[in-house]
Design a protein around this ligand. Structure first.
Ligand code: MLT
Length: 436
């Protein structure tokens, strides 16, 4: 068996360097010793968008993108979605082990009893226009809670840290429901501690004047499964932001707000909203071949297909398809499903997509289900942020307790002007500048 190291020859100096491999990888800092001369800064890894750079070691979520495998703490996502509740999976992500029955009861009790929002939250939300996007209201309200729970800054005090993690997990659905009802001009509904996590959320969203709103059990369970599927996904963009902001030792409320801001982008959590727009644009199954041609000629984009990590079928998309049948049995079919299924069938048979390893991802079917369940498209990313809060917090706590981590501060490759001096204004000539 060879040594666990790489030998690198610097052809500029004919020097050879031996770089140890840890878990099969080199440490980027070991490249720095490779210098063309004493004044040289040394070699860096240059990796826009972190295509091949690991920023941390993690024990939380494992993905094998080539084989379409996703595991939380070693458990396959399929098994967790089938056999567990969202709060059970939240306990697993945060604690590393599935809870025993008494542990689960205590955890559910804890999360249930922190759902209430400080009354000033209402006044805060009143500051938003009626047509404000619920996701932006959620981002702002999460950050604002940092001013209510000042102890959240004590991030290295375990009890305080855990209490504020529970507050965030408990209050995300409440804030989301308040933002949704504000956008519709509906009065806010207080949380009901007798209801499960998703039943309560649906009640706070949809209860009108009926004495008791009862969430349909199939829909509440489907939402629970969707929450399990979105809870964590290792070092995705928003989690990277959670870790990056967290590395400055900011409190978890503002870290979560920053992560949610990253998630709000159409390339990230906003993708399922884009899928619905695409399906609306296609309109009927008959228009699919023409749309596929547009995609192939670069004039269209097949939203909900392809993924940075998965070069195979996203396992979450398969589970969502299965859940869709349960939901549609209650809500009636969303006509967009037919178009989506046909689009998937054609794409999976078409060499153009197969060659590019483009498969449906978690966003392809989630929007269709959410819409059938009565959620408006602008709420889709909010429905992603609620469960992902658990993953963000698990990753944040792993960062805080990792002795190797420091404040995140990437290097850059400077390609601008070398040193130059200021020319008196009357002597300057017009220079072409980039249009602002
Ligand atoms: C996610 O779940 O965050 C998305 O699939 C994006 C990603 O993993 O990069």
């Amino acid at each position: 068996m060879g040594k666990d190291s790489l030998s690198i020859i610097d052809n500029r100096t004919d020097k050879t360097y031996e770089l140890p491999l840890t878990n099969g990888n080199i440490r980027s800092m070991d490249l720095r010793q490779i210098k063309k001369d004493a004044d040289d800064f040394g070699v860096m890894g240059y990796d826009p968008a972190f295509l091949n750079t690991a920023s941390c070691q993690s024990k939380i979520t494992y993905i094998d993108g080539d084989r379409g495998i996703l595991r939380y703490r070693g458990y396959p996502i399929e098994e967790l979605a089938e056999k567990c509740t969202f709060l059970e999976v939240a306990y697993l992500l945060l604690n590393g082990e599935l809870p025993t029955a008494p542990e689960l009861d205590a955890w559910v009790d804890l999360v249930t009893h922190h759902r209430m929002l400080h009354e000033t939250t209402k006044a805060f939300l009143e500051g938003f226009r009626y047509d404000a996007h619920p996701m932006t209201m959620l981002i702002s309200t999460v950050a604002a809670l940092s001013t209510v729970y000042k102890d959240a800054r004590n991030i290295f005090d375990l009890n305080s840290r855990r209490l504020n993690m529970v507050r965030l997990i408990s209050k995300m659905p409440s804030m989301a429901a308040y933002a949704y009802r504000h956008s519709l001009g509906f009065p806010y509904v207080y949380p009901d501690d007798l209801l499960s996590y998703t039943e309560n959320f649906m009640t706070m969203l949809f209860k009108m004047v009926e004495p008791k709103y009862v969430a349909h059990p199939v829909l509440a369970r489907a939402l629970d499964i969707l929450f399990i599927l979105h809870a964590d996904h290792e070092q995705n963009c928003s989690t990277n932001v959670m870790r990056s902001v967290g590395s400055s030792q900011a409190d978890p409320f503002v870290c979560t707000a920053a992560a949610a801001a990253a998630l709000s982008g159409p390339l990230h959590g906003g993708a399922n909203e884009e899928v619905l727009k695409m399906l609306d644009e296609i309109g009927t199954k008959a228009n699919i071949p023409a749309f596929i041609d547009k995609v192939k000629t670069g004039k269209g984009k097949l939203m909900g297909f392809g993924h940075r990590v998965y070069k195979n079928y996203d396992p979450r998309a398969r589970i969502i398809k299965w859940t869709a049948d349960q939901v549609f049995a209650v809500t009636g079919k969303n006509p967009k499903l037919e178009i989506a299924l046909e689009l998937e069938k054609i794409a999976l048979e078409d060499e153009y997509f197969v060659k590019r390893k483009l498969y449906p991802n978690v966003d392809f079917y989630s929007g269709i289900i959410y819409q059938a369940m009565g959620f408006r498209p602008e709420m889709f990313t909010v429905l992603f942020a609620i469960p992902r809060t658990v993953g963000w917090l698990a990753q944040w706590e792993e960062l805080l307790t990792d002795p190797e981590q420091k404040i995140a501060r990437p290097r850059q490759v400077y390609t601008g002007y070398e040193a130059r001096t200021v020319v008196p204004i009357e002597e300057r000539s017009q220079q072409p500048v980039a249009a602002l």
